[in-house]
Design a protein around this ligand. Structure first.
Ligand SMILES: *Cc1c(COP(=O)(O)O)cnc(C)c1O
Length: 420
């Protein structure tokens, strides 16, 4: 019996139910992934007990010799993995990393350009309900109406007209490659700094499957739990000249004590991403997304921008006659976990949305390849074409559960599977 099940059976049952859910469903939320057993081990370790305000060698508390070792390894591995001058591994999430990045580079009230939220930007890129939209004057750029892709000529014109101090690139629901070199040129021309938020694609960048923003941007923020497959958390990479400003913006600027257990998990994840098999993993994510896209298109789905270059697909559910919300809920009933999303120039509200965002990072972590993607596409098509059919949904759910069990989830063993 585990310590948890002895001390708190109620919570132990909930955790076990979640383990079963993760094994028996197909996780296709593009921002999710499975941390390895090694990452989970350090994340659940005694480092959760320690306060370490400050940075290695400059702490406000005693007893930090091992914390210093841990954070130093995490920093050095992050720098090696991404070829960065400086790394701050303390941000507790992507949102915190972005807040610190803004604090490090601009004053409240400054003009910042970011992709419009309903076209794939993030809440922290200027949403009025987020600190970013309340503290800064965000000017949104948009994708081209026809191609549904970034239009660098339009980005440049908006930059000339609005004179931002900072330009933000990097998105949550953009299925195409991003030309960071082109963004850097625009930023230079208008005298702005370039910040890239690579939260979604960090794993692809680490493996060379996407252009790295590091040589082009003044600073780069990221989560560590998406394609990078680490613990929940964030980080900031920057050039040497911004190192002090970034460190001060994280602590004491926006955070208190660092989450050392999470920093340990980041160190392990960076170490894993430095191994040759991570390159194969990242390539497989992209190949799987391409195979899935092709099969969904062959089945009648229109995909935003006509396809994908990365780990995610934005499917236009109007093409199968339903809303994104309806597709998301029907698929959940069938054990396929995705999320609704707006599509560029959407006519539906963000709570309903016309799009469905579908990603391959988590399934790829379970060892699935293009052949499995084609089977998954078949299930998705069956469900969205009969979203109210209880029989279809239940039939697919059973097939999905049986299929899913064949592919072990990293970090999950000895799970007590429910009868399908
Ligand atoms: C996920 C994401 C974030 C926020 O990360 P959290 O850890 O959820 O705070 C920020 N920016 C982008 C582009 C993201 O995709």
């Amino acid at each position: 019996m585990s310590a948890l099940s002895q001390r708190d059976p109620e919570i132990a049952r909930i955790v076990e139910a979640e383990r079963v859910r993760q094994v028996e469903t197909l996780e296709m939320i593009a921002s999710e992934n499975y941390a390895s057993a090694a990452v989970l081990e350090v994340t659940g370790s005694v480092f959760t007990n320690k306060y370490a305000e400050g940075y290695p060698g400059k702490r406000y508390y005693a007893g930090n010799q091992h914390s210093d070792d841990l954070e130093t390894v995490a920093i050095e591995r992050a720098k090696e993995l991404f070829g960065a001058d400086h790394a701050n591994v303390q941000p507790t999430s992507g949102a915190e990393a972005n807040m610190a990045a803004y604090f490090a580079t601009v004053e409240p009230g400054a003009t910042i350009m970011g992709l419009s939220l309903d076209q794939g930007g993030h809440l922290t890129h200027g949403s009025p309900v987020n600190f970013s939209g309340r503290l800064y004057n965000f000017v949104p750029y948009t994708v081209d109406r026809e191609s549904e892709m970034l239009d660098m000529a339009a980005v440049r014109q908006l930059a000339i007209d609005s004179k931002p101090k900072l330009i933000v690139a990097g998105y949550t629901a953009y299925p195409r490659k991003i030309d960071f070199a082109a963004f850097a040129e625009v930023a230079k021309e208008v005298g702005a700094l370039l910040m890239v938020d690579m939260s979604h694609i960090a794993g692809l960048v680490a493996a060379g499957e996407h252009m790295s923003p590091v040589p082009h941007a003044n600073l780069v923020t990221s989560t560590t739990h998406k394609t990078l497959r680490g613990p929940r958390g964030g980080m900031i990479l920057c050039r040497a000249e911004l190192a002090d400003a970034v460190d001060k913006a994280v602590f004491p600027g926006t955070q208190g004590g660092p989450h050392l257990h999470s920093i340990g998990g980041k160190a392990v994840a960076f170490g894993e991403a430095l191994q040759p098999d991570f390159k194969r993993y990242a390539r497989q994510i992209v190949e799987n997304a391409a195979a899935l896209a092709e099969a969904l298109q062959a089945g009648g789905f229109r995909l935003v921008s006509g396809g994908t270059d990365n780990h995610l697909i934005l499917a236009d559910c109007n093409s199968v006659g339903i809303s994104g919300l309806k597709a998301q809920n029907a698929l959940q009933g069938a054990g396929i976990i995705t999320n609704k999303n707006t599509i560029p120039y959407d006519t539906r509200s963000p709570f309903v949305g016309s799009g469905l965002r579908i990603g391959t990072p988590a399934l790829t972590s379970r060892g699935m390849g293009p052949e499995e993607m084609r089977r998954v596409a078949g299930w998705i098509l069956r469900v969205v074409k009969d979203p109210d059919g209880d029989g279809v949904r239940e039939g697919v759910r059973q097939e999905v559960a049986e299929f899913a069990r064949e592919f072990p989830v990293p970090g999950i063993t000895d799970v007590q599977l429910a009868a399908v």
